[in-house]
Design a protein around this ligand. Structure first.
Ligand SMILES: Cc1cc2nc3c(=O)[nH]c(=O)nc-3n(C[C@H](O)[C@H](O)[C@H](O)COP(=O)(O)OP(=O)(O)OC[C@H]3O[C@@H](n4cnc5c(N)ncnc54)[C@H](O)[C@@H]3O)c2cc1C
Length: 461
């Protein structure tokens, strides 16, 4: 307690009073993230809003001096407990470091503070005909710092890749307060180890990201989205291969299973066809003059692949309606029971039907409802399970089903996260898919960067 009080009084030398939250209620408000865990095991000792790199350095130096954990928080929308303060400490809130520092149209780069909202950056670069593709479904609120830390993906990963493909350089505050640069603003870089890829996806455990320089690309001139319905999951997945064989490269090939289709239609009606087993959400983009040509080939291939119905967007309103339906799946699931859990498992695409049908079988055996959506082009599935945490029996069935889902994923050669990260919620299972030598190597890297284990301690492994 004494140490905590000393730390807080020293923090006040560097930060204004309004940027330090100390009361129980305030700290409680920051104890959870979107993983919505059943129990809150601990609260942050103090919540601190930073406004500059220098302030981050001062906070980290104090944390190192008092051996207090520092846990960063963007919007708190990660779904793996990555920014819960399980061991107390300082919660570093980035919502006030939200300036876009530079957009350089000639180099096609943007440099931003870590707290910039991803959707805001997309809108800004869109104004000058540029495009930042990573698009987690909640991009309207999630931050660049959080998406870098989790290596977020989204619907457009199939064609455009994930966050790691766009990070050129970062200004990172290390555990001792020094500043590390992970790269440069050049498009190519073969100058030494690639620190960008080490820090992207490190979940705030190796350093604190203050600023990020991102690669941008030219914005496609036109886009269009299709919903193609199938009577079996297998037909839906096989259709993806057929599309690619025809040299069509959609921006998105997403998936909804019958439970997801029905649940979305029940709570957010969008004229979805609820009698179908599965649907693909396919977005194409490119030059305006190529759209009819792409559409002709896509509709032809989908029909040959036994699509039993196809809906297409003909204007912005219809485009938004289809995407709203796809993005509403978790919100719709949340209306079924008081709580909802989501997951993120990924296999190579050829194994996807086995994974989807296997998850369905597991959930049915444990009497759990599951709505499945995913980025089928990448092989990634998000099983969303509505649940009542106050029902002990249901919670225990859910826990057992979760282990079986991870076992199945491992047996199919898959991994436990393609885009959400590991955080606190999946760390007990990481050894199912990452071998002990790799885990030891990760632990050594952590020690090298953070010998006092103050940066988001005990996350990932
Ligand atoms: C409804 C919903 C839909 C989603 N859809 C997708 C999706 O389609 N694809 C996808 O990939 N994800 C998705 N997610 C997960 C989530 O959006 C991403 O993980 C997101 O990018 C996290 O951003 P955030 O700002 O909320 O980060 P937070 O949750 O605040 O933090 C995430 C992690 O980043 C660390 N962190 C935050 N800022 C910094 C920093 N400056 N320096 C170092 N570490 C930092 C935190 O400590 C934590 O470990 C979804 C989540 C929800 C709730």
């Amino acid at each position: 307690m004494l140490m905590k009080n000393k730390l807080i009084s020293e923090l006040k030398q560097y930060l204004s009073k309004s940027n330090i939250l100390e009361t129980l209620e305030e700290r409680y408000a920051y104890a959870q993230d979107a993983s919505n865990s059943r129990e809150v095991v601990n609260l942050p000792d103090v919540v601190v809003f930073v406004e500059s790199v220098e302030q981050i350095q001062s906070v980290v130096k104090l944390a190192n001096k008092y051996k207090m954990p520092v846990v960063c928080r963007g919007a708190g929308t990660n779904v793996v407990g990555a920014c819960r303060c399980e061991h107390g400490g300082i919660l570093l809130n980035f919502s006030k470091m939200n300036r876009i520092l530079e957009i350089n149209p000639e180099n096609m780069t943007a440099t931003v503070e870590a707290g910039v909202i991803l959707g805001d950056l997309q809108k800004e670069v869109d104004k000058i005909g540029l495009f930042y593709p990573p698009d987690p479904s909640n991009l309207a609120v999630s931050t660049i710092g959080g998406s870098v830390a989790q290596n977020s993906g989204g619907a457009k990963s199939f064609k455009y890749g994930t966050t790691k493909d766009y990070v050129l350089d970062m200004k990172v505050v290390m555990a001792d307060g020094s500043i590390l640069r992970t790269g440069s603003s050049t498009i190519k870089n073969s100058t030494g180890y690639n620190l960008n890829t080490l820090f992207v996806g490190s979940e705030g455990t190796l350093g604190i990201v203050a600023e990020v320089t991102l690669k941008l690309i030219p914005k496609p001139e036109a886009k269009k989205v299709f919903m193609a319905y199938f009577d079996t999951v297998k037909d839906a997945v096989l259709a993806v291969n057929s599309l690619i064989e025809q040299r069509i490269y959609p921006a998105t090939i997403d998936f909804m299973d019958k439970n997801a289709i029905k649940t979305v239609e029940e709570f957010y009606p969008a004229n979805l066809l609820t009698d179908k087993e599965a649907a693909l959400v396919i977005e194409i983009d490119g030059f305006e003059c190529s759209m009819d040509y792409q559409e002709r080939i896509i509709v032809g291939v989908l029909s040959e692949c036994r699509a039993s119905a196809i809906q297409a967007s003909h204007n912005d309103e219809e485009y938004e309606k289809i995407w709203k339906a796809r993005r509403s799946s978790m919100g719709a699931c949340a209306k079924i029971k008081p709580n909802v859990t989501t997951d993120d498992v990924i296999v190579s695409r050829e194994k996807l039907p086995e994974l989807v049908l296997g998850i369905r079988e597991i959930c049915s055996r444990y009497s759990l409802k599951v709505c499945m959506v995913g980025h089928v082009g990448d092989g990634s599935v998000h099983p969303q399970i509505p649940i009542d945490y106050s029902d002990e029996d249901e919670y225990s069935r859910y826990k057992r089903a979760k282990v079986e889902i991870y076992n199945l994923t491992g047996q199919l050669g898959g991994i436990l996260s393609g885009e959400h990260g590991i955080g606190a919620d999946k760390r007990d299972y990481i050894d199912k898919v990452v071998n002990s030598v790799s885990l030891d190597c990760m632990r050594q890297i952590k020690k090298t960067f953070d010998s006092n284990n103050i940066l988001n301690p005990y996350k990932i492994f």
